[in-house]
Design a protein around this ligand. Structure first.
Ligand code: 13P
Length: 269
């Protein structure tokens, strides 16, 4: 019964979203060039799309994206609005320069910067309070997968947010990115079936807090998405686009992924 309810809502409610996470890549000239190429490649494409360049290039990217259909994302944010927090950037500052989406809880930040589930929950709230859209990354490591803990880990990462926010109003305009850590940057994506299984699990878990939010929340897949595997991933009923790393650094590759999401969107209407 729950399956039917959720899948029936899918076509009406959720537009796929493809976001390019540039990570620690780029320079002044490359930002200009890649955005110029992306603008050309994506003319007429019917899909929600964004790029997330490094913080230092966000303002430049905002200028380059002006008048295009490509939105701007940031890769991280601080929980504070203002004050003595050297080196940090607030959600309000990001909003001020035209950012729409903010990636939080990426596994690289969890690993290299020791970010905790509770800090990520605070970031989620800071992003929502600024009126921006969080892209909250969750996903298990290879060791956790091998131990059979995939669902336990993802549930724990989700619950710290779900238990601390008004799910029906905060999750409707939010994005979850399921990024199994073992698939990131390895060239080995989750299979469409593996990914769909987890996306359905995530959606059903959110539905225990709010049906409406579960049906509306965008759940992206991330981890070695490329132009060859995107179409099959996007054909899955609970996969609403992708968070793309390496393949987002070349305009043609990224555009092919966006077009795969756009095509799937058109055929599912
Ligand atoms: P890759 O697409 O390079 O595997 O990176 C995925 C990712 O981490 C996006 O946030």
């Amino acid at each position: 019964m729950l399956d039917i309810f959720i899948i029936n809502w899918r076509n009406k409610m959720r537009q796929p979203l493809v976001v390019g996470n540039w990570k620690l890549n780029g320079n002044h000239q490359m930002v200009n060039q890649l955005i110029l190429e992306l603008r050309q490649e994506l003319i007429g494409v019917d899909c929600n799309v964004a790029i997330a360049p490094p913080t230092v290039y966000l303002d430049q990217a905002a200028d380059n994206l002006s008048g295009s259909c490509i939105a701007l994302g940031a890769q991280d944010v601080d929980i504070n609005k203002t004050g003595a927090f050297t080196g940090e950037t607030s959600a309000h500052m990001l909003k001020d320069i035209g950012v729409k989406y903010i990636i939080i809880g990426h596994s690289e930040r969890r690993t290299f910067h020791k970010e905790s589930d509770s800090l990520i929950a605070e970031k989620f709230i800071a992003v929502k309070e600024a009126g921006l859209i969080p892209i909250m990354c969750i996903g298990e490591t290879e060791a956790e997968k091998n131990a059979g803990d995939t669902q336990v880990v993802c549930k724990r990462q989700l619950d710290v947010v779900l238990k601390n926010v008004d799910v029906s109003c905060m999750l409707e305009s939010a994005v979850i990115a399921y990024e199994p850590v073992w698939a990131i940057g390895t060239g080995t994506s989750a299979t469409p079936n593996q990914a769909q299984f987890m996306h359905k699990f995530i959606r059903e878990h959110i539905a225990q807090y709010s049906y409406e939010a579960a049906n509306k929340v965008i759940i992206q897949y991330g981890g070695s998405v490329n132009s060859a595997n995107a179409t099959k991933l996007f054909a899955q009923p609970d996969i609403d686009g992708a968070l793309v790393g390496g393949a987002s650094l070349q305009a043609k590759n990224f555009a092919m992924i966006v077009k795969a999401a756009s095509k799937n969107n058109m055929t599912s209407l």
